[in-house]
Design a protein around this ligand. Sequence first.
Ligand code: FES
Length: 101
Amino acid sequence: MERTVICKVTDVPVNGLKQFESNGRKVCVINAGDGFFACQAACPHEGIALCDGVFDGEVLTCLEHLWQWSLREGGEPRGLAAAPLEMYPVEVDADMVYLKG
Ligand code: FES
């Protein structure tokens, strides 16, 4: 499967979120400590940058209006969230994080 480098594993601290751009697509990369997630960069509510939110090891919270999603359950909405989060498959190889597909 084709893959595109998105960042180094050291670019995002544990439980941190950071926005990157790959092939013209903005992506929010999350370091869960035991792996990485990638999702749409803009909140599906009003488009605020999700990298300004917080991640507690399972749930990503947009701090603008507190919509939440379980990243370990594929971006399923939690609490107030009325829409799922679009997730992108990632792969870690050596010290790099790749977007797959
Ligand atoms: S913009 Fe993210 S919850 Fe409203």
